[in-house]
Design a protein around this ligand. Structure first.
Ligand SMILES: Cc1ncc(COP(=O)(O)O)c(C=O)c1O
Length: 332
């Protein structure tokens, strides 16, 4: 199967912001865009994006999952990057229109249609290093996907990094391209030097997140994850899993967790750790690597609570359990 995110639908929805207003969105070819070489985004990284999914149910209907949350975060990212204010209703309509057009191409579970809204500054002005772009482009690209982690539920190896950071602390809650570029070097090094799948960024011992997913620790009936602050991305899957865990009667602890507490707790039998994200869903973590030593989390394998929560999430997304929280929006 093709690698995640390398296959695209032939068209996308696109809107541009010019003269202080959004133009009417259009469905255009997804093969290429026209961008001036001096476009603000190419020099000063005025860009943000989102990732959400549409699912096909057994009756052939197609539903987007928690679109309102992703659009809210998209608008917030745009605002923090001084991009033009997005029109949330317009973005919702663009998503609905393009997914409806390609509804027949939405893969059946465990596949889905990954939806990538993207917004960036287009003003050709290389003198604007410290001034926002007055124009922008926003599009919604579609990519049919299978499972992100091709090993399936294979437990991951995470390098705990206490000295580096994923990105600048005030940028963590912004889903911006520059954050990912800034984490690439350390992640590549961790792969080569430690055979790690990901880095769990823990600046000064504060357990934050990995390059593309949030981190959760499960100890018996308790689920522990860092409380929301500006340093990391406020994952929609994180909030979904916490809600589902509370529905199942689990105790939710949103608070700071240190590397020493993490290593101490995860040595206990039955403890589980997992990564949450739209792409990752809920992926088990089996090993931590810290100061060249390896620590097995619980049994080192995918644990039962992680599997139960992942299933509860998939059951709603796939239309096999009632959508009691109203997370699905029917496209077709
Ligand atoms: C850095 C980072 N953290 C966390 C997440 C999880 O966010 P969400 O659950 O909204 O996909 C993502 C995106 O998938 C991410 O890129």
């Amino acid at each position: 199967m093709a690698a995640f995110g390398t296959v695209f639908m032939p068209e996308m929805a696109l809107a541009t912001f010019e003269n202080d207003q959004w133009n009417k969105a259009q469905i255009v070819s997804a093969d290429s865009i026209n961008l001036h070489p001096a476009a603000h985004v190419l020099h000063y990284s005025s860009t943000c994006f989102e990732g959400l999914k549409a699912f096909k149910h057994e009756d052939g209907s197609v539903h987007v999952f928690r679109m309102d949350q992703n659009i809210k975060r998209f608008a917030q990212s745009s605002r923090f990057l001084s991009l033009p204010e997005v029109d949330e209703a317009q973005v919702a309509q663009m998503i609905m229109d393009i997914v409806a057009k390609y509804a027949d191409d939405v893969p059946l579970p465990p596949g889905s249609m990954y939806i990538r809204p993207t917004h960036f500054g287009t003003e050709p002005a290389i003198g604007k290093a410290a001034v926002p772009s007055l124009t922008s482009m926003l599009y919604v690209l579609l990519s049919p996907v299978g499972d992100y982690f091709t090993g399936g539920a294979k437990a991951l190896r995470l390098l705990l990094d206490e000295t580096g950071m994923r990105c600048a602390p005030h940028m963590g809650m912004i889903k911006s391209g520059g954050n990912y570029a800034s984490a690439l070097g350390p992640i590549s090094k961790a792969r080569v030097e430690h055979n790690a799948d990901q880095i769990l960024f823990c600046p000064n011992g504060d357990v934050q997140e990995t390059g593309a997913a949030n981190f959760l620790l499960i100890d018996g009936n308790e689920i522990i994850t860092k409380g929301l602050d500006s340093t990391f991305l406020h994952g929609v899957t994180r909030s979904t899993i916490l809600t589902l865990a509370a529905d199942l009667g689990m105790t939710i602890s949103e608070r700071d967790i240190t590397v020493s507490e993490l290593l101490e707790r995860s040595a206990k039998p039955g403890v589980e750790a997992a990564l949450s994200g739209t792409a990752a869903v809920l992926t088990p973590v089996g090993t931590f690597i810290h100061n060249d030593k390896e620590y097995t989390v619980g049994s080192g394998e995918a644990g039962p609570t992680t599997a139960k929560l992942r299933q509860a999430l998939n059951d709603i997304q796939w239309g096999k359990a009632p959508d009691v929280h109203g997370w699905l929006k029917r496209v077709k």
